[in-house]
Design a protein around this ligand. Structure first.
Ligand SMILES: Cc1cc2nc3c(=O)[nH]c(=O)nc-3n(C[C@H](O)[C@H](O)[C@H](O)COP(=O)(O)OP(=O)(O)OC[C@H]3O[C@@H](n4cnc5c(N)ncnc54)[C@H](O)[C@@H]3O)c2cc1C
Length: 289
């Protein structure tokens, strides 16, 4: 299938990209890795008249540590996340989960910023960002603003980004001591999107859970945090029964759309099961029993 025709722009700075976005408004779209946008254009779900390719803007790529935070450029590819020694040491959840995204070809071009900005509840980074309590830097004609992941995902393919804004950076705190994280993703085959997936970050003190963040992929109109499930765990001595209760709370919060990957009942059940497995792994990694 061939997408409708468009005018192609390839700015080499964020300022130039914003000028083009400001000039063309809703008629323009940012092109990052293209692995979500181009399929949508071929299907005519998106018909931008101007594509603003931001691949030439070097300042949007790379992973560094700054003032005690991990800073990831929005144009950093999934492959670069996987290869990052800094992430493997200080935020191992991200490279581990990035390996579960699509296939090597998609991971070589697809970017973390594009995965988040697309607002697809089936993408993996949104739930990971919620579990990691990430903050996003959005830059537009009036300067830059910081948005927390919890305020960013507003609906399916609908985020806090304005048409003339670019996500430039993602900020995440390094994993704290006595903390474990895990992402469990059920997919029909290698390279597929999640049927259901759960991201869990847990801080333990012995057998007691000090804090918990649980978020879900593809189980509602957006990725979401299951706060009632988290409350079941916090301050408690962890047992199999408690983990089962937390998974039950997750299932109560799920509202998935039926599709080729399964009906709502099946996906909800798998959401509970992925949560149960991810909690167990996270606790073990945090040094709990
Ligand atoms: C076969 C296949 C399997 C896949 N499987 C998975 C999977 O299992 N899990 C998963 O998470 N994803 C999966 N994807 C999607 C893939 O990860 C995409 O790369 C990702 O969703 C979008 O990132 P991108 O860099 O390609 O962005 P693009 O497709 O270029 O852009 C996506 C959207 O985000 C906007 N955008 C991009 N970057 C920015 C920015 N910096 N600031 C503001 N707006 C921006 C664009 O304008 C566009 O609207 C799959 C894709 C394919 C083709």
């Amino acid at each position: 299938m061939i997408p409708p025709s468009f005018q192609y722009h390839a700015p080499s700075s964020v300022d130039d990209a914003i000028s083009i976005l400001t000039q063309y408004g809703d008629e323009a779209k940012i092109l990052a890795g293209g692995h979500s946008l181009l399929p949508m254009m071929k299907l005519r779900f998106a018909e931008p008249e101007h594509l603003v390719d931001i691949n030439n803007i070097d300042s949007l790529k790379g992973i560094r540590e700054e003032n005690g935070m991990i800073v990831i450029g929005a144009m950093t590819s999934e492959s670069a996340l996987i290869a990052s020694a800094l992430l493997q040491e200080k935020c191992p959840l991200l490279p581990e989960a990035a390996k579960l995204i699509a296939d090597p070809q998609v991971r070589n071009r697809g970017t973390i910023g594009g995965d988040i900005a697309h607002g697809d509840p089936g993408n993996d980074h949104p739930a990971l960002m919620l579990a990691l309590d990430a903050r996003f830097t959005l830059v537009g004609p009036n300067g830059s603003r910081e948005v927390e992941a919890s305020d960013f995902f507003l609906g399916t393919f609908y985020t806090a980004l304005e048409a003339d804004e670019i996500m430039t950076e993602i900020r995440i705190a390094p994993q704290a001591a006595n903390t474990g994280a895990s992402y469990h993703k059920l997919k029909r085959k290698t390279g597929d999107f999640a049927t259901a997936a759960a991201a869990v970050v847990i801080e333990m003190s012995g057998d007691t859970c000090q804090s918990a963040r649980i978020s879900l992929t593809n189980l509602a109109a957006t990725a979401f945090r299951a706060t009632e499930a988290e409350a079941v765990l916090v301050g408690q001595t962890i047992s199999d029964e408690l983990i089962k209760q937390a998974a039950a709370k997750v299932m109560e919060a799920c509202d998935p759309a039926e599709d080729l990957r399964g009906d709502a009942e099946y996906k909800t059940h798998m959401g509970g099961e992925m949560t149960r497995r991810a909690i167990k792994d996270a606790i073990k990694r945090a040094g709990g029993n």
